[in-house]
Design a protein around this ligand. Structure first.
Ligand code: TXE
Length: 498
């Protein structure tokens, strides 16, 4: 990578990648060229795989699962490989962060922090591999003993999106590997590089051939075929709710594969008058601007107590105006580029819709012209009513809508007034209010006086239309297992036939 003092440059030529099946690299017949969203220059070329390539990957994963080359190892041996992965990731951290930034447009400093989180995922996965266990029932009477075994579910298909290509991958892969499963991964076509780099890392760490396979290509062809594949036992999909729905249909129409789904969100951030308003405003600005609001857990609906609403919105608008939006390769940048052209158009369309719906624009609201790439200023709308499209739809951009409440019941009702249930945040110094809201708002991840905090020990996933199942931590490993009840008779059988 080219570096000038404290400032990285895009590469002079794109890096080329094949795809990875059965422990070997293969060349695609066609290629997809990715332009960096922050600079508009070609940064990577990846293979457009065919349905035959996908089939070969599933055959490889199936063979590796059935001969027990991975699931037959002890948890300690699997854990040792995962710890070696963590070590190699530590060495390759800057390189992986660089390609993540080039393809996704996120700030380089943020990308490095994400790789640190990914390293922790492998460390937690290593421990989880050793601790995975079933249960026993010593309560079935003297003649019978019951055991509950946890077994890996088999071949897992893993489809990941472009907003956190490496992080979302690493919140799943170590836990899938800890369970003893094998897998076929299909990253987003615009951000495949770091998923392919992980193949090199896993191989170097000693993962047996065929356990981790990567095929690249479009969602409509290769992704859809993976969801429909009759020899895939489980599919973990992270992406839009619309495609999540098509995964459910595909599973029903093929082999009833088990599904893990992490889908959209329209996450509330509830601010009470008794909170530390400076802290809450910083949290709200971060919660909507981090990763340009392209997070499934972005806090995109501000629900603020009416008595402090005007003061809080003013404070927040001032903070949002000070966020440093800029070239993702600049160390000082806090908010980088919008990842895809389509997403850029979607966000700008929603900003126009918000104005047309009668909401007041008090911060941002426009594209930022840096002479290259695509950028949008962190945006705040006030005077939003719950029926407006900007308050209901997942915009997936740095656009925050502010609504007000008078009572805790109203706050809870507004927070739950969405088809989604991925995450929520509440800010108050009153423990009763904090716990009441935490109990009553339906969301899979909750933050009290903080936002987007946490580590890979804690499970991730959504309520309602935000998805099914949980990823990460011991819950995440268990998702990729199934339980078998084993009954053992002790002593002489009491005979049925006299
Ligand atoms: O997602 P897609 P897109 C939301 C967000 C965003 C919208 C669209 O609101 O604006 O989705 O983004 C693969 N069968 N989220 O269009 O299409 C695709 O190749 C199987 C929220 O990029 O769902 C990619 O690997 N797979 C979300 C992955 O699915 C298919 C993160 C996600 O792409 C497929 C991303 C198909 N028919 C977007 N079509 C979150 N929860 O964080 C596409 N794919």
């Amino acid at each position: 990578m080219d570096q000038v003092k404290n400032y990285l440059l895009p590469p002079k030529a794109p890096r080329e990648y094949g795809f990875f099946v059965d422990g070997r690299w293969h060349e695609g017949r066609d290629q997809f060229e990715r332009l960096s969203p922050g600079h508009g220059v070609p940064v990577t070329r990846t293979a457009k795989c065919t349905p035959e390539d996908l089939n070969a990957a599933v055959v490889s994963a199936r063979r590796a699962f059935e001969d027990r080359r991975w699931s037959g190892l002890s948890g300690a041996a699997r854990g040792a490989v995962l710890l070696r992965v963590a070590e190699i990731l530590r060495q390759r951290r800057d390189e992986i962060a660089y390609f993540e930034t080039l393809e996704n447009g996120k700030p380089i400093a943020q990308a490095r922090g994400e790789i640190d989180h990914c390293i922790a995922c492998f460390e937690v996965g290593a421990g989880a591999a050793r601790l995975l266990h079933g249960d026993s029932y010593n309560s079935l009477g003297d003649g019978l003993f019951g055991m509950v075994l946890r077994e890996p579910i088999g071949v897992v298909g893993l489809i990941t999106p472009w907003n956190f290509p490496f992080l979302i991958l690493c919140e799943r892969v170590p836990f899938i590997l800890a369970s003893g499963c094998t897998m076929v991964v299909k990253p987003s076509e615009v951000t495949s590089a770091t998923t392919l780099i992980l193949a090199e890392v896993l191989a170097e760490a000693g993962l047996p051939d065929g356990v981790y396979n990567v095929i690249t290509g479009s969602g409509r062809t290769i992704g859809q075929a993976l969801t429909e594949h009759p020899d895939v036992d489980m599919l973990s999909f992270t992406g839009s709710t619309a495609v999540g729905r098509s995964c459910v249909h595909a599973a029903a129409d093929s082999n009833f594969k088990k599904l893990g789904l992490e889908l959209g969100g329209k996450n509330p951030i509830i601010v009470f008058a008794d909170s530390d308003l400076e802290d809450a405003a910083d949290g709200a600005a971060f919660g909507i601007s981090f990763n340009t609001g392209q997070c499934c857990v972005s806090s995109s609906r501000l629900i603020v107590e009416r008595s402090v609403a005007a003061e809080f919105e003013k404070l927040l608008a001032e903070k949002m105006a000070r966020i440093r939006v800029g070239d993702p390769l600049d160390e000082a940048t806090q908010v980088g580029a919008i990842t895809t052209d389509q997403q850029n158009t979607t966000i700008l369309d929603y900003i126009a819709k918000g104005k047309a719906e009668g909401a007041q624009l008090v911060a941002g609201g426009q594209a930022i012209d840096l002479g290259k790439g695509q950028y949008i200023a962190p945006t705040l709308f006030t005077g939003v009513s719950p029926d407006m499209a900007i308050a209901r739809d997942e915009i997936f951009g740095p656009v925050l809508c502010s609504m007000s409440f008078d009572t805790i019941e109203q706050a809870i009702e507004l927070a739950n007034d969405t088809v989604y249930g991925l995450a929520a945040s509440v800010w108050t110094k009153n423990i009763d209010k904090a716990l009441t809201v935490t109990r009553r708002v339906r969301a899979g991840r909750f933050w009290v006086n903080t936002i987007m905090a946490g580590g890979p020990e804690m499970p991730l996933g959504g309520f309602k239309q935000s998805g099914w199942g949980r990823e990460a931590g011991t819950y995440g490993v268990e998702e990729y297992t199934q339980v078998k009840s084993v009954h053992v008779e002790i002593g002489k059988r009491s005979h049925w036939i006299a």
